[in-house]
Design a protein around this ligand. Structure first.
Ligand SMILES: *Cc1c(COP(=O)(O)O)cnc(C)c1O
Length: 467
């Protein structure tokens, strides 16, 4: 298996980025539960035939969709070791917990957080955003809100984020029982960053109406375009208004590892909490989201609960309090820290930063090629590693939708799409450390080919014939 998997990684380029699963392969997953066991070799052969060829493509250098990490061979090996240990990282006194504490310490150093800050692995930034919101809510209402419920406080809590926020922010408001309507989606400026004047007005209007503004969320890289909010401005505003300042850094925060990019994130070190993903630009295999909270005590207050069966001791296996389960909703948790520890130690922060800088350089190269090509249109400024563009056509939304579907099915490249100001864009998000100029060239060449053969040309011809 190990040999095959190393070969698989070595020969990714020779495979399509993605291919649809044939019905026969899919049918294999409709079988009844196995009552009797099979040989490991037989089950592995099924894996090779029906699972391995039909991945989502994010390992492949031609994958540019959504925001996905590409993993590494070292991460794969670390997963094998972690599975061997089968550590339960909810708590107790064992080495796996020390590894997680070390990663929290490194994250504090990377982002300039103080010693007292707490850190926790979670599934991803969706969970980290939700957890941060719970900490912020508990900090403003007091720990009694856990017993009495939010409604008992009588406060109408409101939160603020730019209209370009990730959907997990609204989801967090829904899950926390605060309601999506209490999330104010503040207008953005020409570069898709939060409009600070509009933010000020929204907070003032809510205060005047008797609501209680409690949380402002900054984007360290928006999901649509990679825009970075004015984090220093948000930090100052939050301090003046006594709001909790959370940063969603899922897409971009780790870019602070690249010295040339770091200044764009000034202010991130003043956040009350920061959510980010080692599994995106950090290239750690899924899943490896992380939450940092400046005030570790506030973090613990929001989640710790005294259960008799989780009694702490000062020695023996039940020592070592506080435990990770005191900082989040999960009790049983896997050893996500090990694959992260291996990745950071094997590559080093400088090399990870260089790979991130390279993604951004590729994005700039792609943007330059688009600007030089009259048949293409750049749809948003390129702040980081996301390039939004489209093929110019009369019915551009339909044409570009079809281009992306055709690209996926041809297995050449896998960008995604998004809507910007009501217009559909092809969105290339460069996260993969395996992606090179030739992959970006292949994407553009295929878009031009598909665009020309699509309805774009007849549509334009019809238009000129009609006039
Ligand atoms: C990916 C992403 C999220 C969600 O993170 P998951 O790890 O997928 O849960 C949140 N915000 C932004 C900006 C993202 O790019």
């Amino acid at each position: 298996m190990l040999d095959d998997m190393i070969d698989h990684l070595e020969h990714l380029r020779e495979q399509p980025v993605w291919q649809p699963m044939p019905a026969a392969a899919r049918a294999n997953f409709r079988a009844e539960p196995p009552l009797e066991g099979s040989d490991l070799a037989v089950v592995y052969e099924e894996f090779r035939q029906y699972i391995l060829p039909y991945g989502s493509g994010n390992l492949h250098p031609g994958f540019m969709g959504w925001v996905q990490g590409a993993g590494t061979a070292e991460g794969m090996l670390a997963e094998m070791l972690a599975a061997t240990l089968n550590a339960n990282c909810g708590g107790r006194d064992h080495a796996a917990i020390e590894v997680e504490r070390q990663i929290a310490g490194w994250a504090r150093r990377i982002f300039g957080f103080p010693e007292g800050a707490s850190g926790l692995f979670v599934t991803g930034t969706s969970m980290a955003n939700f957890s941060a919101l719970i900490v912020a809510r508990t900090a403003i209402l007091g720990a009694q809100c856990q017993r009495e419920g939010v409604a008992a406080s009588g406060a109408r809590l409101t939160a603020y984020v730019s209209a370009a926020a990730h959907g997990s922010v609204q989801r967090a408001m829904e899950l926390a029982g605060l309601g999506a309507d209490a999330l104010r989606r503040v207008a953005t400026d020409h570069a898709h960053r939060i409009d600070m004047a509009a933010l000020r007005e929204a907070v003032a209007a809510d205060r005047a109406a008797g609501s209680t503004p409690f949380l402002v969320i900054g984007n360290a890289g928006t999901v649509d375009t990679g825009a970075i909010d004015d984090l220093a401005g948000l930090a100052a505003f939050a301090a003046a208004e006594r709001l909790w300042f959370h940063v969603d850094g899922a897409l971009g925060a780790l870019a602070v590892l690249a010295p040339a990019l770091k200044p764009r994130f000034d202010g991130i070190e003043r956040a009350d909490s920061l959510a980010f993903d080692f599994h995106k630009w950090g290239q750690v295999p899924y899943d490896a989201g992380f939450l940092l909270v400046r005030d570790g005590e506030a973090h613990r207050t929001a989640f710790a609960s005294p259960a008799a069966y989780l009694r702490r001791e000062t020695r023996g296996l039940a020592a070592g309090s506080p435990w990770p389960c005191d900082f989040g909703p999960d009790l049983s948790r896997g050893f996500r820290a090990l694959k992260t520890w291996f990745t950071l130690k094997v590559h080093g922060l400088h090399r990870l930063g260089a790979a991130i800088a390279e993604s951004c350089a590729l994005a700039q190269y792609l943007a330059r090629r688009i600007a030089a090509e009259p048949r293409l249109e750049l749809m948003a400024p390129v702040a980081l590693n996301v390039v939004c563009f489209r093929y110019r056509a009369a019915d551009a939304d339909d044409v570009n939708t079809a281009i992306v579907r055709d690209l996926h099915e041809a297995g050449v490249a896998a960008p995604s799409t998004t809507m910007l100001d009501g217009r559909l864009a092809i969105r290339a998000c460069l996260v993969n450390h395996r992606t090179e100029r030739r992959d970006v060239d292949a994407l553009l060449d295929a878009v031009l080919r598909l665009g020309a053969a699509d309805r774009a040309v007849p549509a334009l011809a019809e238009r000129s014939a009609g006039t």
